[in-house]
Design a protein around this ligand. Structure first.
Ligand code: 5GP
Length: 142
């Protein structure tokens, strides 16, 4: 049997505003924010407000609004960083590489010949994340 959703997970705390994050977009159903250990410049996470551990226990009604924002963010990061492409990643349970158990999608701008950095690797400086978040917000607004 799958484990239950834990409302004490770090992304639930970000959703409730209990810990800070660099948000780039939010609406009634979805929040997008900067990954603190980016695998590349502009690495953004998109999560539904509705609680689920991952894709395995999510209400299917979650995916429409979630992926509409994933697309919005993919277009914005490509523009903001003049990227050549965009990688989406989404992990389900520890065996797959998931480390935070609130459903989310990774949106990562990609550049020809530039490999991804390790998953959950090095912390980025807050001022760099803030600068990148501002670029994404600007791209979303135009
Ligand atoms: P997962 O392995 O669950 O798919 O990805 C979790 C992601 O969340 C990782 O890429 C990791 O860098 C990021 N992350 C972990 N803790 C925090 C945090 O406190 N704030 C933010 N913004 N990202 C986090």
């Amino acid at each position: 049997m799958a484990e239950a959703y834990d409302p004490g997970n770090i992304f639930a705390k970000i959703l409730r505003g209990e810990i800070p994050s660099q948000r780039v977009y939010e609406d009634d159903a979805v929040v997008a924010f900067m990954d603190v250990m980016p695998q590349g410049v502009g690495h953004t996470l998109v999560m539904p407000r509705a609680p689920s551990r991952n894709i395995l226990d999510a209400d299917p009604a979650t995916f429409g609004p979630l992926f509409a924002v994933v697309q919005k963010i993919a277009v914005a990061v490509k523009k903001a960083f003049n990227a050549d492409g965009v990688t989406l990643m989404q992990f389900n349970e520890p065996a797959s590489g998931q480390t935070v158990f609130h459903l989310h999608v990774h949106v990562i701008p990609r550049f020809e010949g530039v490999p991804l950095k390790p998953h959950s690797g090095q912390m980025e400086k807050p001022e760099v994340l803030a600068e990148n978040a501002a670029k994404i917000r600007a791209a979303l607004g135009s």
